[in-house]
Ligand binder design. Structure first.
Ligand code: KG4
Ligand code: ZN
Length: 338
């Protein structure tokens, strides 16, 4: 079954064709250069650029997969969470295409796309934990099955990607900053600066990165230009990675699930990959091309839902769209949602 996946939830316009676990094409039109002067995504500009590029991106996804719309069996599109203006462009394009071709149309949760993306190229026994670390989200989910997710941990403030991006902005490194910090950190000393590792007293699994951001700002105010940027990047990155690894470890122990799928833009981080691989667990990552937002993960999630007969006919666009309920104290890995 060939599925065309369309993703426009934030600042990347992407379309892909996926057949089972084969990514036949995955086209991405990045808007990084458009938003770079502002140091973050400008929603109005993002929506307009999606509108300009969506048709050609879809066309190229079909061409790269050596097929036409007649060869496609279903269309899948992200309906949330994300920027409403951006989401609307993708959903409208998908609806137009579905109307014209008569193909079934599936509305997919962006977070489900990320959470399942490591499974495109890896097998992982159920249940497993999905650690989703991106620019918009940082959370850990218990995946009991496709379509059955429980939020185990979430950030109280910034996401891990936001911490990377804001840190990079303070250091004048450009946008988006995660990849740049990752590269500079390779040449730096991770112990040079003792940045804080935040803990939330009431919730030991919760993530928090806003204090780290303030700590970096304080450091820069105190030191002016008298520091090695590589050392700051390495120490700052280590603080983020330490928190993520600690929460993954604690979640694994609490739920007795030694299997973790790490996904989202920050899952491309080389130090996070190194540290997660040291855990006594089965740890899988998506390939680099499926870490940041992409249409292939949306098509793949749709295929997984279709294979289980799960519904995805709701196409209402939502800026907030939880993947599943929050964990109740008694949540066990084996129980089903019912
Ligand atoms: O998943 P994604 O494309 O978008 C959202 O759904 O939010 O993630 C983008 C985020 C950005 O914050 C970017 O800085 C971060 O992923 N990122 C990285 C790396 N590559 C991308 N963060 C750390 N290290 C990287 N190598
Ligand atoms: Zn994303």
């Amino acid at each position: 079954m060939k599925i065309l996946g369309i993703e426009t939830s934030c600042d990347d316009t992407s379309a892909a064709v996926v057949e089972d676990r084969h990514v036949l094409s995955n086209v991405l039109a990045s808007q990084d250069a458009l938003h770079a002067p502002y140091g973050g995504v400008v929603p109005e500009l993002a929506a307009r650029r999606h509108l300009e590029t969506i048709s050609s991106v879809i066309r190229r996804a079909l061409t790269d997969a050596s097929c036409s719309i007649e060869d496609i069996d279903a269309i899948a599109v992200t309906r949330g969470p994300g920027l409403v203006g951006s989401l609307l462009v993708g959903v409208a394009a998908a609806q137009g295409l579905a109307l014209r071709s008569g193909l079934p149309l599936l509305g997919i949760n962006h977070l489900e796309g990320h959470a399942l993306s490591p499974l495109v190229h890896n097998d992982l026994e159920l249940p497993f934990l999905a650690m989703l670390v991106s620019g918009g989200h940082s959370a850990i989910y218990l995946v009991r099955d496709v379509g059955d997710y429980v939020e185990v941990a979430a950030t109280r403030d910034d996401s891990a990607g936001e911490a990377f991006d804001k840190g990079a902005k303070m250091l004048g490194l450009g946008y988006p900053g995660g990849r740049i910090v990752d590269e500079l950190a390779r040449k730096g000393d991770r112990k040079a600066i003792a940045f804080p590792r935040a803990r939330v007293k009431a919730d030991p699994l919760a993530l928090s990165f806003s204090g780290l951001k303030t700590a970096l700002w304080d450091f820069l105010c105190r030191h002016g230009r008298d520091f090695a940027v590589e050392d700051v990047c390495a120490s700052f990155q280590e603080a983020i990675v330490d928190v993520l690894v600690a929460r993954a470890r604690a979640s694994m122990q609490l739920l007795g699930v030694p299997r973790v799928a790490v996904a989202g833009g920050v899952s491309a981080n080389s130090r996070l990959r190194e540290r997660m691989n040291e855990l006594p667990a089965d740890v899988v990552f998506p390939p680099m091309s499926l870490c940041t937002d992409n249409g292939a993960m949306i098509a793949f999630a749709a295929a997984q839902r279709l294979a289980r007969g799960l519904r995805c006919d709701d196409l209402t666009v939502r800026s907030r769209l939880p993947l599943g309920p929050r964990r109740a104290a008694e949540t066990s890995a084996g129980a089903t949602a019912g």
